[in-house]
Structures are given as structure tokens and as C-alpha cells.
Design a protein around this ligand. Structure first.
Ligand SMILES: NC(=O)C1=CN([C@@H]2O[C@H](COP(=O)(O)OP(=O)(O)OC[C@H]3O[C@@H](n4cnc5c(N)ncnc54)[C@H](O)[C@@H]3O)[C@@H](O)[C@H]2O)C=CC1
Ligand SMILES: N[C@@H](CC=O)C(=O)O
Length: 855
């Protein structure tokens, strides 16, 4: 279960209040690894330029900070909107001016600087109060005159200083805004701590950078740090290149051993293909590091391989997870990237790169191949056939490198399309499907990526949008992933779980089903990556932790699956009271538990409506007759236009077994304990003997048949003597012999009339019986009846149920369903039947993944 973390809303109205836990430790003064703050899981939040483009956007980001940050967290920002592009354009204009030997900055340049300055000034005045904006405007003025000086004089030397203004302005403004409206904050220019080798390598001096960052952060203040910029060891400003701010965020996360870094951007996650051109692209909820890195390398528009580098350190014990989320829709669950254990969801994606070169040479075989690979890190390479695929930018350096080897090389323009997923290169079925989907594209080669997470096809022509869509469709069409939560691991629940591995192996409809949750009344084991079904009960015994309903609902609210099914195999009324909230989350329920389906008329109708309005499915075939298809039969009759007038029969497996077996030779109480041991009784057998279980079942079937009634409308004969009704289960079982006299005399009285005793349920609807006292024309009761020995209800195999349905179509000759109506195997089997049915229905559901910007 996720722990709720406190957020800045607590410090919102009084910036002098900080979390008491932190107060006695001065962050700056300590500056050691023992610093108490190190114990708190730091989160890094990075906001891209589009998230900070306008005052509206920035206000939205403030709300995200309020809801998601604690004081020791770190915020990394890009330049507002297109500020860096504008600075770059100004820089390029000036470069051209110099090349053309003009002495003065042209009017065009002065105008561009003025537009830039105005847009910054506008953000400042729109967002800050008069006092603070005055201060920032003053600093902006100084920066603009510094910028103008550099542009006029030392342009080449100060290129990076010029480009750095965007992030500096953005961070300074945001920090001032936090101070004014949310919490204490300090602005940090990354050039004051982040040291890299040089701009080309971008290699970070971790020790120096971490130590300097510790000095800069101030206790009790939310640090706002510039993205994109750094310094080299000589103190010269450097940038971190394209998508540098994402890289800054992950570098900083690694420096402070953050638990998580969130890239807040304008898309709500990583998709299985670029959603701008593939409308059916699906959001990828959880990506293992290796898969994410491969996606970034092979052209994913959101992820860049460099971004992940600081977080993937196989030697480190610490794992920082990366989230991609939308600052425009912070409630939507994004994509989580990290080191996940077992991967339940095999999510495939498709990506492509055009404008590449296929380079062929003997130097790419044998011993030389390793050197070539290390030197050029090609997109893909085959050292048997002697080729590699590189970018056009690499052509020159590769030719140069090969010239020193004195060998021939040929280049041919190509593109690649790849399918990426956890260990896909080891999956023959996926490779075959990929190959089939590419038939018309006539790929030159199919190659496994450097790790096993991709299969790459080399194409002779650029990859078209049509081809991308076609391949994506083929690779992902059946990939709706369904999570399964099993509540109740007792008598029936255990059997249900023991049947699950074989079901998952054998039933096609369950292909994308993953067991993700196990619940007992006190403990829960939740694992979004899937719980090994072969070890479900032992994993539960070892790893389950205490939980409460709010934690459960909070997890259900955030689960990362396309669909979630909760199987309720508890006898708990308390659990049934969660159905409303579960349905409202669009989650489906399969219930063996009878409480919800036999709740009050008002509660039941509300549940049905909530499930309906949220497209949540509710199946409960096992609530009556265990695995017998009685619910389905009634549904089917109604849906096909029939109307039911009578329902009767033996609805209790326990009572059937008891009364079919009981002939006076063995005491009734001995038989009862025997039934309990067989697992056919309710957890508390008084639920059966009291008639309540049968009463509930009759209510459930009558409702299915279309009648509106409540438990109180069904007369119920309680067979438990008053004295035993309120005892604990244990005490009741120890005094069960007190039942014996009553049943012995009932049996002997019936026998004297050549009859027998059976507990029978009867429901009847008769339009002619409608009166003021009975406006619905309904009569319903469950009771011990004396039946002739040849009555159909009196000749069952012990434990069997019998259901007799009279309807318009089955008037004189009723429809009979008969068979085992209780027990571990048939009930667990019935639950599996419901599970397959739900999965089949869900397979037909439209893909409802939300794609930003598309209706
Ligand atoms: N025995 C049978 O033949 C049939 C039983 N059923 C129904 O199956 C359900 C389970 O019966 P059994 O397995 O015999 O019961 P059980 O008593 O053996 O097991 C119940 C399980 O539910 C768990 N539980 C109780 N309250 C919970 C809560 N609030 N949240 C999560 N878990 C909770 C318990 O920890 C336990 O693991 C009952 O509702 C019963 O009416 C339905 C059809 C047939
Ligand atoms: N105790 C019940 C179990 C199934 O609902 C029965 O015997 O029918």
C-alpha cells in the first residue's frame, strides 16, 4: 500500500510553519551523509517549458506543488515556454551580424531582445505582488543589459551564459512565487554546483556536484533549481544539450538519492507509439528501466536515453523511479519507469527512426566488431553479416575511423521500425508477429537490439505513418491488461487460487489477466507487477501487511491496469459495503458473497445503478447454487422475453446434504460438523440452519427474475433454537448436540406419515393475488416442509440443489436445474466461470485509453 505523504497544503497559509520533524536539523550546517533529512525520501519534480509557458500554466504548477511536494523536495525547471529558442534565435542573428561584419546590433536584434524582456516582465507582473515583482523586474533589467553587453562583445565566449538566462529567469520567478504564495523556497543556479566533464561527454563529477548541492540547499526551503545548465571544472557555463532539463532532473535525483523524479510535461505519459500519429496508441503504465532506455534510444518522442542514465546504476542499492505525468491534467495517472521485479504486463510498443544509414564493412565482423560497437554505439549491428545502422551525423566519423583500417565501406539510406518490450527478442511468437506485420514493407533485416528488449527491422524506405499504424495495431491489438484482486482466502478462496495457474495457462480469454492483489480481513498483498500465481498463498503468508479500507480504495483508485476485477470470496458484510465505491471506480466485481445482492432494496438498486453508470460489471452466479447456471438461466429467460411466475426448490447444499443424509442413525449434530468439515456450510453453519442463507438466495433469484422485494418480504423459519442463536461460533459448535432432539422428533413425525423433511424455498407471483395487503401479488417463504417421499425435492443426491422455474414458457412442465449446489470445487469452478465471462466481455470493450489532444 502506498503511504500517504504529507504535502505542502499544510504549510500553505503560514510559511513559517515547517514539518516539526525537520526543525532541529540545520541542513546547511550539517552537510553530511548523516543529515537527518537524508532519511526522508526526497522527490524531484521537473517542469518543462510548456508547463511554465504562461501565467495560467504556472498557477497550475503551483497547485501541483501544493499537492505533491514536501519541503525537502527539489523542483527543477526549464525556461518558460520558448524562451531558450528565442535566446538561441537572438544569438544566431548576432552571429550572422558578426559574420557580415556589422558593427552595431541591428534593430531586428534589439526588437527581439525587447520582446523577450517584455514577455518575462509580463509573467513577473502577472504573477507576483507589487513588491516582489519590483525586485525581480530590477534583476531582469540587469540581466537584459548583461545579455546586450555579451551579444555586442564576447558573444562566442558567452554562448552558454546567454542560453542560460531562460532557466535562470524561470527558476527565479518560480521560487519567488513559491515564497509569496506556497512555502519558503530558495533559487539555485545549477552552475553553482553541477560540474560536468565537458559539454560533449556530459559526464557528471558526482562527488563534487553532490557536495556543492548539499551546501546550496537550505533547510526548510523548497529548492528551485535551473535545468539544462551546468559548469565544467574550469567554471565555464555548459548546457546539457537537447532535453537537457530532463537530464538535469535525473542527475539531481541521483545526487540526492531521491526516491522518485517526476517529469511534468504536456503529455500524460509514454505511449505504445507516438499518439500524435497513431490514434490507437495505448499509455504504458509501468516500464522497466531497460525497456524505457531502449524506447528512448529508438526514437520515443518523450523519453530520451540520456535522461535515464543517472538512474540506472547496476552497482547501486538505491533505485529512483521516474514518472512522466501531465502538468495540464495532474489527476491522470502517467507512466512509471523503474526497477521492477517480476513483470506482469508485457506491454509492447512500436517506434521508428528515419534518415539512417546502413553501413557495411568487414570491419564490423570478428574482433573489430566490438571496437566498432564501443566507438559508435550504433542503432543496431550484426557482426555475423558485417553491418551496422547509424545516424547520418555519424557517417563522417565512421568513414574516418574506417579509413585508418584501410577497408571498404558502403552506405545505404535506411529507416528502422522496432517493437520494444520486456525481453521481446527472446519471444519467438512476438518476433513472428512482428515479421508478419511487416510483410509489405519488405524489411532488409530483422535484428535484436543491444539488450533483449527490442526487435528492429531495417527498412529500405522511410517508415510511413500507415506502416507505423499497421504494425502498432498488429503488435498491440490484444493487449488489454486486466488486474485481478482476490478478497477472501478461506475455504473457497484457497481453492479458487489453486485452480488459477492452470486456468491462466489454458484459457485464452485469461491471457492478459494478472493476479495483483490478495486480501484477507486483516492483511493485504498488493503488487502491481503481479503476484506469482503458483506461490500466491505462501507469498501472502510471507509478505502481506495490515491494511484498512481507505488504503485499499486509495490503491484501487490508482491501479495501473486497463481493467480491474475484484473477486469477493468473503462472507463479509463489511466488504460488501465497499461495492459502491469500487463500482464508482469502474472496477468489476465477481461475488460469491451474498450480502450485496441481498441488501436492502434501496442499497441494491443504488449498487446496480452505480455499476451501470460506470460500466462496471457485476457477476454473482455462485451466490446461488454455487457453480450451477441458475443466475444465467434466469437472466436468459428474462432477456429473451419470458416472465417468471414461480421459483422453488432446495437452495442450500448444506441443508440438502443434512436432510438427505439424516435418517436418525447418526445424530444431526454429528452430520452438521461433518458438513462443516466438507466445506459446504457457510463459515458459520447457523447462517444455513437459520434459513437466512436460503432466504438470501431466494431474494437474489427473485430480483434476477425482475421482482422488487426485500428480505423481510420472505418468511423465514429459523431452525436454530433461541438459546444457540447468539453464541460465539466456537460455543455454538460445542453445544451443537442441543439441536438433536428437535430434528429427531421432526424426522420421526414425518416418517410416521411415510414422508420426509426438507428445507424448501418457495416464491410465487400471481397477478390475481394482488390485494391491498399484497400489492405486488408476491408470496415467498423458506421453511422446513414435510414432503412425500416421492416428491422431486425429496430425492436428491445429498448436497445437490434443485431449482424449479415456472414461467410463461415453462408453465405446466417447469424448467429444472439440478446438481451440486455447494462445496469447494464447484464454487471455485463457478467463480472461474464468472471470471472467464467477464474477461470475454472486457475483450470486446472499446479501448478507452485517454490520449491528450484527441477526442
Ligand atoms: N461453501 C460454499 O459452498 C459456498 C460459499 N459461498 C460463499 O463464499 C464465501 C466464502 O466462504 P468460505 O470460503 O467458506 O469462507 P471462509 O470463512 O473459509 O473464508 C473467508 C475469507 O474471507 C476473508 N475475509 C473476511 N472478511 C473480510 C474482509 N472484510 N475483507 C477481506 N477479506 C475478508 C477471511 O479472512 C477469510 O480468508 C461466503 O460468502 C460464502 O457464502 C458461495 C457459494 C458456495
Ligand atoms: N452454505 C451454502 C453454501 C453456498 O452458498 C449452501 O450450503 O448452499
Amino acid at each position: 500500500m502506498k503511504q500517504e505523504s504529507s504535502t505542502l497544503s499544510k504549510v500553505n497559509n503560514d510559511s513559517s510553519i515547517v514539518n516539526n520533524e525537520f526543525i532541529e536539523h540545520d541542513f546547511v550546517a550539517q552537510g553530511t551523509a548523516e543529515n537527518k533529512l537524508a532519511k526522508h525520501a526526497i522527490q524531484v519534480h521537473k517542469f518543462g517549458g510548456s508547463s511554465l509557458a504562461t501565467s495560467e500554466c504556472i498557477k497550475r504548477v503551483l497547485e501541483i506543488i501544493r499537492a505533491n511536494c514536501q519541503l525537502n523536495d527539489i523542483v527543477v525547471v526549464s525556461a518558460n515556454g520558448k524562451t531558450t529558442d528565442s535566446l538561441f534565435a537572438i544569438y544566431s542573428l548576432v552571429e550572422r551580424t558578426i559574420a557580415e561584419q556589422e558593427k552595431q546590433l541591428s534593430d531586428e536584434i534589439t526588437a527581439a531582445i525587447s520582446v523577450l524582456a517584455q514577455s518575462q516582465a509580463q509573467l513577473i507582473t502577472e504573477l507576483l505582488n507589487a513588491n516582489n515583482s519590483k525586485q525581480l523586474l530590477c534583476q531582469l533589467d540587469k540581466d537584459i543589459s548583461q545579455l546586450t553587453t555579451w551579444l555586442a562583445a564576447d558573444i562566442a565566449q558567452h554562448k552558454n551564459d546567454i542560453l542560460a538566462f531562460g532557466e535562470v529567469w524561470s527558476a527565479r520567478l518560480f521560487s519567488a512565487l513559491l515564497n509569496e504564495q506556497v512555502c519558503p523556497s530558495n533559487f539555485i543556479d545549477a552552475r553553482d554546483f553541477l560540474v560536468i566533464d565537458n559539454e560533449q561527454s556530459g559526464l557528471v563529477d558526482n562527488a563534487t556536484s553532490a557536495a556543492q548541492l548539499r551546501q546550496r540547499r537550505q533547510f526548510g526551503k523548497l529548492a528551485v533549481i535551473t535545468g539544462y545548465i551546468s559548469q565544467d571544472s574550469r567554471g565555464t557555463s555548459c548546457t546539457l544539450g537537447r532535453n537537457g532539463s530532463d537530464y538535469s532532473a535525473t542527475i539531481i535525483a541521483a545526487l540526492v538519492a531521491a526516491s522518485n523524479v517526476t517529469l511534468w510535461t504536456d503529455v500524460d505519459g509514454i505511449y505504445s507509439a507516438d499518439p500524435r500519429v497513431v490514434p490507437s496508441a495505448r499509455k504504458l503504465h509501468r516500464l522497466p528501466n531497460g525497456v524505457a532506455k531502449e524506447l528512448g534510444r529508438l526514437g520515443n518522442p518523450v523519453l530520451h536515453a540520456k535522461t535515464l542514465l543517472p538512474l540506472i546504476n547496476p552497482l547501486s542499492e538505491h533505485h529512483t523511479h521516474l514518472h512522466v505525468a501531465s502538468s495540464f491534467d495532474a489527476q491522470v495517472i502517467g507512466t512509471e519507469i523503474g526497477k521492477f521485479g517480476q513483470i506482469a504486463k508485457q506491454e509492447l510498443s512500436v517506434t521508428y527512426l528515419n534518415d539512417l544509414l546502413l553501413a557495411q564493412s568487414v570491419s564490423f565482423t570478428g574482433d573489430c566488431a566490438a571496437k566498432a560497437r564501443a566507438e559508435f554505439a550504433p542503432i543496431c549491428m550484426d557482426d555475423q553479416q558485417g553491418f551496422m545502422v547509424i545516424t547520418q551525423a555519424q557517417q563522417k566519423s565512421l568513414s574516418h575511423w574506417l579509413a585508418s583500417h584501410d577497408v571498404e565501406i558502403t552506405f545505404k539510406p535506411v529507416a528502422i521500425i522496432a517493437t520494444v518490450g520486456h525481453r521481446v527478442a527472446e519471444r519467438g511468437d512476438i518476433k513472428a508477429r512482428f515479421k508478419r506485420s511487416l510483410k509489405t514493407a519488405k524489411p532488409l533485416q530483422l535484428v535484436g537490439g543491444d539488450n533483449s528488449h527490442s526487435v528492429i527491422a531495417i527498412l529500405p524506405e522511410p517508415c510511413s505513418i500507415e506502416l507505423l499504424n499497421k504494425v502498432h495495431h498488429e503488435m498491440t491489438k490484444d493487449a488489454r491488461h486486466i488486474g485481478l484482486v482476490v478478497a477472501g482466502m478461506g475455504n473457497i478462496g484457497e481453492r479458487f487460487l489453486s485452480l488459477l495457474p492452470a486456468q491462466l495457462n489454458n484459457v485464452y480469454a485469461l491471457e492478459n489477466l494478472h493476479l495483483v492483489g490478495l486480501l484477507s480481513s486483516k492483511k493485504a498483498l498488493i503488487n502491481n507487477d503481479g503476484i506469482d500465481v503458483n506461490q500466491a498463498t505462501s507469498l501472502f503468508a510471507q509478505q502481506a501487511i495490515a491494511y484498512d479500507n481507505d488504503q485499499l480504495i486509495s490503491w484501487l483508485t490508482q491501479h495501473p491496469y486497463d481493467e480491474l476485477i475484484v473477486v469477493d470470496i468473503t462472507p463479509s458484510e463489511d466488504f460488501s459495503l465497499l461495492y459502491e465505491r469500487i463500482f464508482a471506480l469502474g472496477i468489476h466485481i465477481i461475488g460469491a458473497n451474498k450480502w450485496a445482492a441481498s441488501s436492502s432494496t434501496q442499497a441494491y438498486n443504488k449498487l446496480v445503478n452505480t455499476a451501470d453508470s460506470h460500466n462496471s460489471l457485476w457477476l454473482g452466479n455462485t451466490t446461488v447454487g454455487a457453480g450451477l447456471p441458475i443466475n444465467y438461466a434466469i437472466d436468459d429467460l428474462r432477456q429473451s422475453g419470458d416472465s417468471i411466475s414461480e421459483l422453488s426448490g432446495i437452495f442450500s447444499g448444506t441443508l440438502s446434504w443434512l436432510f438427505e443424509t439424516y435418517d436418525g442413525s447418526v445424530k444431526f449434530s454429528t452430520l452438521l460438523l461433518n458438513a462443516l468439515a466438507q466445506g459446504i456450510t457457510e463459515p458459520d453453519p447457523r447462517e444455513d440452519l437459520s434459513g437466512r442463507d436460503v432466504q438470501r438466495k431466494l431474494l437474489i433469484l427473485a430480483r434476477k427474475a425482475g421482482f422488487e422485494l426485500a428480505l423481510e418480504d420472505i418468511d423465514c423459519q429459523n431452525l436454530v433454537p433461541e438459546a444457540l442463536q447468539r453464541l460465539s461460533l466456537e460455543d455454538f459448535l460445542s453445544r451443537a448436540n442441543e439441536l438433536d432432539d428437535y430434528f429427531a422428533s421432526a424426522l420421526s413425525e414425518a416418517t410416521s406419515k411415510a414422508a420426509c423433511i426438507r428445507y424448501v424455498a418457495r416464491f410465487q407471483y400471481n397477478a390475481n393475488a394482488i390485494t391491498g395487503n399484497n400489492p405486488a401479488g408476491i408470496s415467498a417463504k423458506v421453511s422446513l416442509e414435510v414432503l412425500p417421499k416421492n416428491d422431486p425435492f425429496a430425492n436428491l443426491i445429498p448436497g445437490d440443489n434443485i431449482f424449479k422455474i415456472n414461467s410463461r414458457w415453462y408453465q405446466d412442465n417447469p424448467l429444472i436445474i439440478q446438481g451440486p449446489g455447494a462445496g469447494r470445487d464447484v464454487t471455485a469452478g463457478g467463480l472461474h466461470s464468472d471470471l472467464v465471462k467477464i474477461c470475454q466481455q472486457l475483450a470486446h470493450k472499446q479501448n478507452q485509453v485517454k490520449i491528450k489532444g484527441m477526442s
